[in-house]
Design a protein. Structure first.
Length: 271
């Protein structure tokens, strides 16, 4: 499979359901015969898919392949979309199971929450015909979300794009981007690429001109700014979405780096 394999896969919805707000799931564990995705609109939940685990909140989609135990527990009352799907190529032919090894398993956090909010609003639109017409329309909106995932996970490089030369730092950057909104420790990043924390910091600064901590903070604050201006989530909810312990800690980091409190930022930049 070539470098941009995600673009070659097209998800087709076979089932759609939008949950009302729930404080617990009907089942702790299930095994599906189709690919399953949970797209969180509000609240959060904990999940386990094989050896993958984590927390999912607004902006996150959790993908689970067929025939794998999917365990989940509500953390805070959650509203989400439950999507079952199969996968096709550009001609509409289903992929064989062995060709699907590049598909995402577990959580993907979308950065463009403004576009995602609009897609969720479109997915909730009522249709006069809730069968074929409704599913065709919802497939269209879900394909837009999938293209955002493709653009984010496998961006096409441009001639002006600067990439770190050191492959270890490329790996560290990719891991930090994919896990930025979880409780992430630099020791874990360093250990995963086989170097010490000191070596990670030195190599990172040599390649990118900043420290891993500052880079991680910039990713989290960029998402916090989007959520402040594009949603009405509380500060505690935003902190949960961005990987911080609570709203108080986020507020302190935000003010130290942005020169104002999150609420001041929302007031000046909100819609």
């Amino acid at each position: 499979m070539n470098s941009y394999a995600l673009y070659e896969h097209i998800p087709k919805l076979t089932y759609y359901r939008r949950h009302v707000r729930r404080e617990q799931f009907f089942e702790y564990e299930s095994v599906q015969k189709e690919w399953l995705a949970f797209a969180v609109e509000d609240g959060s939940f904990y999940y386990e898919i094989g050896d993958r685990q984590g927390n999912a909140s607004f902006g996150d989609l959790v993908f689970c392949p067929p025939d794998v135990p999917f365990r989940r527990v509500v953390i805070s009352p959650v509203t989400l979309f439950v999507l079952r799907m199969n996968w096709e190529d550009d001609s509409g032919h289903p992929f064989r199971p062995e060709t699907l090894n590049r598909l995402p398993i577990g959580k993907i956090s979308l950065h463009d929450t403004g576009r995602l909010t609009q897609d969720y609003a479109d997915l909730k639109r009522p249709f006069a015909e809730e069968d074929r017409r409704g599913m065709i329309s919802r497939n269209h909106y879900f394909h837009h979300i999938w293209m955002m995932i493709c653009e984010q996970e496998e961006p096409v490089p441009t001639v002006t794009e600067v990439r770190p030369i050191d492959p270890l730092i490329q790996q560290a950057v990719k891991q930090m981007q994919s896990q930025a909104f979880e409780r992430l420790h630099l020791y874990d990043i360093a250990a995963s690429i086989g170097i010490s924390r000191f070596q990670l910091c030195k190599k990172f600064h040599d390649e990118l001109g900043t420290t891993p901590s500052k880079y991680l903070t910039s990713l989290r604050l960029d998402k916090a700014k989007k959520l402040l201006t594009e949603t009405t989530l509380t500060l505690d909810q935003i902190s949960e979405c961005c990987g911080y312990q609570n709203g108080f800690y986020l507020s302190r980091v935000f003010k130290n780096n942005c020169g104002m409190t999150p609420m001041q930022y929302r007031k000046e930049h909100g819609l």
